[in-house]
Design a protein around this ligand. Structure first.
Ligand code: URA
Length: 239
């Protein structure tokens, strides 16, 4: 579902007139919604679904906001362009979403896969990434050998990495096979290479890392390298 806005705002977003002049256009009977001349100013429309026209010419909103979830594979950088010409996360969406300038929301390492958000809405990026609005992030770490119970408990209490002590993490071992253990870990900050450094600090090496959740928004069964629009429920929750 697209964003729902007042018709005046829609007209302003299309660039055809300011919000105030749009009111006058409505009074003059020059604005139509889905082919019907509009008679009241409080009407709302859904961007991308309803057709708004001025003097019979359809108005398009250019700055519609996009909120995308991508299942990032290993081997892609989380930037719009890369100085070393490596593939970027934008390469994975640009064929489907031509002409839309999307930006990654926060980052995942080159060698990390999983849930990455992309948007063209700066307010959204601010809300999801600013430390003042804490959004928990959940990862599954594949660890060679294992982690000691003591190590897991130290991660649960909070641990010093670089010059910083992490806040208590939620940690549980979810699987073990062929010399590896899989640990689900939820952290409350987003420091550079934080999960890898946390395990290093307890003597374990992360050999693969996947982000599965941001808050309650889950990657689910989105295939690797594919994207989907966030639902309006997910957008409202993250905002
Ligand atoms: N922690 C890491 O170590 N790497 C990431 O990409 C994200 C969190």
């Amino acid at each position: 579902m697209g964003e729902i806005v007042r018709v005046q705002k829609y007209v302003a977003m299309s660039g055809a007139a300011s919000r105030r002049s749009a009111e006058a256009l409505i009074d003059e009977g020059r604005i139509a919604v889905n082919g019907k001349i509009l008679t009241e100013k409080g009407a709302k429309v859904e961007i991308g679904a309803d057709k708004v026209s001025l003097d019979g010419i359809e108005l398009k909103v250019k700055n519609k906001n996009y909120y995308i979830m991508l299942n990032k594979p290993v081997g892609y950088v989380t930037t719009v362009s890369d100085q070393f010409d490596r593939p970027t996360v934008i390469d994975l969406v640009k064929n489907d979403l031509k002409d839309i300038r999307l930006f990654p929301v926060g980052r995942l390492d080159y060698d990390t896969e999983g849930l990455l958000l992309l948007t063209n809405d700066g307010d959204f990026t601010y809300k999801v990434t600013h430390p003042k609005f804490i959004t928990d992030k959940t990862y599954i770490a594949k660890i060679k050998g294992g982690v000691s119970i003591n190590g897991l408990n130290r991660l649960r209490r909070g641990i010093k990495i670089d010059d910083y002590t992490t806040s208590p993490a939620e940690v549980s071992v979810i699987d073990a096979a062929e010399g590896y253990v899989y640990v689900e870990i939820t952290i409350h900050e987003g420091r550079n290479r934080q999960v890898r450094k946390m395990f290093e600090a307890v003597g374990s090496k992360v050999t693969a890392l996947q982000r599965t959740k941001i808050g309650t928004v889950e990657l689910g069964n989105l295939p690797l390298g594919r994207w989907r629009h966030l639902t309006s429920h997910e957008i409202n929750y993250l905002m």
